[in-house]
Design a protein around this ligand. Sequence first.
Ligand code: ATP
Length: 604
Amino acid sequence: MDEVQQSPTSRLTRVKINLRYAMQLAWAASPKLLIRYTVLGMFNAIMPPISVYLGAVLVNQIAGAKINPITFNDVLPVVVGLWVTFVVQRAVGAYTGVGRNLYVRRVELEAERRLLEKAAKVDLGHFDQSNWHDRLARARRDVSWRPGDLTWSILGLSGNIVTIVLMSGLLASLHWVLVVLAIGAAVLSLVLESRVTSKLYKYFYQETPDERERQYVGDLLVQPKNTKEVRAYVLADYLLGRHRNLSETLFKKREQMLKMGSRISVVTGIITGTILALAYVFVAVRGIKGTIDPGAVVLVIGAFTSVSGTLSNISSTFVAVDQHTTFLDDYFSFLHVETLLPIPETPKTIPHTSIEDIVFENVSFHYPGGQGDALRHLDLHIRKGELIALVGENGAGKSTLIKLLLRFYDVNDGSIKINGVDIRDIHPNVLRDHIGVLFQDYATYELSVRENVAMGRQNGTADDTKIVRALQDSRSEWLLQKMPNGLDSKVGRLFEGGHDLSGGEWQRLALARIMYRNADIWILDEPTASLDPEAEAAIFAELKENLKGRIGIVISHRFSTVRIADRIAVIGDGRITEVGSHEELIAAGNTYARLFELQASGYR
Ligand SMILES: Nc1ncnc2c1ncn2[C@@H]1O[C@H](COP(=O)(O)OP(=O)(O)OP(=O)(O)O)[C@@H](O)[C@H]1O
């Protein structure tokens, strides 16, 4: 909200910066189209002054005919000139109208593409900042139309300026007072309208949080993941009521604002109209004195009508530029968000299929904005070809360890090395290329079975043989028998013809993805929670069997399956408290042995 209180200078700076970005965006969308529609707009803007001028010449010729008779041939060139001007203006106007529309859509698509690209690649650490989601939501909402509308307004501006300059030239050829009156009307109109702009801007900015809440409550009512709970808790009327109250409050505020805007516009109209009328008084007085010919009267009327129309276009352009550039601040600052993870200047690589070891050395880490250390002085050595299980209480730091290994964040202290290379010296994408991971909250792609598996490694074409093998390795090839169209069957309910899957079925599909990825390091961060213990044990055993020199890291709370691992590392309070094989840890009789016994006794 503090933006609303900003000084005019900072607002002006912001408008200037964002306008520059918007123009760069419009240029990037299509330089050819930007030039084409700017030039055509300027060309068409010459037509109204020519019409007014030719109209004045025609009136003078007709008025003069009373004294010196003329033939139709004498007026023919002027009539043809008027006809050509009219036709050209209409034809170019129609052509530019459609073309500009398409071009503006191009700009919108380009703006959206940039937003999605940034959102998909930005470092995960940004998502931990409290205002991040708000900014992203605002940027996303505005990107759908503001860049396009801004480009549209600016494209019209160049033509409007050409019209005003030429019309002022015509007026100046009669008397400088007329130019002063025209410019006076222009400036006054801009000053008054800018008051409306600034109030509208303030209003829309203040409206944003309430509008977001309104949309959020609306989303709660329609999002599939909430539908069951909304019914089970009979929340529909409560949420609908809240939505209605917010809608009504916002509607009233908007009504007040727009009424205020229309009052100012009426005052602007009266004042500028009066100034324009003064020009007519000026012309009438001179006409009565006989110091001005009839064509000049036509010229003044034509020029002033055109100037007043063009002025209102210019003033709405200013309103649009001001508003759009202000609202696009979130969008452009989002696009310019700095990367949190420094990319090494000369990144190192690690050879494929020969990961010797992963060493966590004295690793400490706290989340940006988090309270306290998630990991503190953690040491862990993972060896080639082993399946290691990480166990520990909720919040102990298991998932954090995985996120650091994937370089979603950099450690605050200590180091993580693969084959002796510090992962900060490896490009994050190269590092992640070696890893296949399945998170607790893995993605569910409501696409075909084939795409769900092939997402594991997107490199052009999907290999059906490998996909089927991955489904077999994850013990989910039966999914294919169940599905009517084999690999082409759509899963999920979002799209027509999709088949909904159970939680466990989605997990198996996600597991097939990791198998298809065929990476050097396999990580399963508790993705098997929806599977029955027997299925989980089978998958872990399968994983161990398929490792073949890879490194496997699994996180699970089920000790019955954890015991399959070669070694088990117990994490407590951000550090490793015990590490060893199941038998060794049982023999040691510490936390692991106690927790294992606790779970095992539950089954007896
Ligand atoms: N994005 C975050 N921002 C701030 N703190 C976080 C964030 N993610 C996790 N934490 C905190 O870091 C600590 C370790 O969390 P982590 O997710 O690694 O635990 P875990 O052992 O995987 O737990 P669980 O078994 O519940 O999945 C916890 O105290 C958690 O609250």
